[in-house]
Design a protein around this ligand. Structure first.
Ligand code: ADP
Ligand code: AMP
Length: 217
């Protein structure tokens, strides 16, 4: 299955992507994760992307699209993928559509995670990520047994620089201005499915898997 997750920062895309990709047997591809890996390795791509990420802005489309194209060319993405964080605006979606049409591999479905703004702020302010395995935790909603340490691999947990309150507010503005038009774009294409992403993580996963069942191939 070829699937895209859409929703505001903090909606739970990364969290659900972990479970949905395992359920579907397709790789989870997060553009934010790839950018962060490049930033921490100090690559030229990371140095360029960092300026935009720290400000809570989108990394320019040419950089982002080139990076996604390279990632999708890897063998594990041939039988399907779950994209988290891409496309992030209508021009990215249009370029991506053209790439997929050329390869005769159109998207099957776009899953929108619907949450309210107050919940997004609560989720982002307590988010912690494992530096080693990338697992996503929350200090109140999904706390690890030992603060600062990942239960899964023992790695160190960190708070993302762009989860500071001022940057979170700006990222939400960027979402409403640039990313949320994708909901209409994919609805018009007839491939949008929205689910209520409030409530416990497991309930959201159940709703997501139920919503995707008719598209699973
Ligand atoms: P996104 O990838 O959409 O930015 P994340 O998956 O990183 O969002 O989730 C943001 C934060 O919210 C994380 O700390 C995560 O543990 C927490 N979270 C995710 N889903 C839920 C949920 N259903 N209820 C409470 N907290 C959640
Ligand atoms: P995320 O991990 O999805 O919250 O993304 C973190 C940051 O990475 C964003 O605020 C952007 O700066 C950058 N980013 C991730 N995906 C994209 C994208 N598709 N287009 C542009 N910038 C992106």
């Amino acid at each position: 299955m070829r699937l895209v997750l859409v929703g505001p920062p903090g909606a739970g895309k990364g969290t659900q992507a972990q479970f949905i990709s395992a359920h579907l047997g397709v790789p989870k591809i997060s553009t934010g994760d790839i950018f962060r890996a490049n930033v921490s390795q100090g690559t030229p791509l990371g140095q360029e992307a960092r300026k935009f990420m720290d400000a809570g802005d989108l990394v320019p489309d040419e950089i982002t699209i080139g990076m996604v194209r390279d990632r999708l060319a890897e063998p594990d993405a041939k039988s399907g993928f779950l994209l988290d964080g891409f496309p992030r605006n209508v021009p990215q979606a249009q370029t991506f559509d053209a790439l997929l049409v050329e390869a005769s591999t159109p998207l099957d479905v776009v899953l929108e995670l619907v949450v309210d703004d107050d919940e997004v702020v609560r989720r982002l302010s307590g988010r912690r990520t494992c530096r080693n395995c990338g697992h996503i935790w929350h200090i109140d909603f999904d706390p690890p047994s030992n603060e600062g340490t990942c239960d899964i691999c023992g790695g160190e947990l960190f708070q993302r620089d762009d989860d500071k309150p001022e940057t979170v507010r700006h990222r939400l503005e960027v979402y409403y201005e640039q990313t949320s038009p994708l909901v209409g774009y994919y609805a018009e294409a007839g491939i949008l499915v929205g689910i209520d992403a409030m409530g416990p993580v497991d309930d959201v996963t159940d709703r997501a898997i139920a919503a995707l069942r008719t598209y699973d191939k």
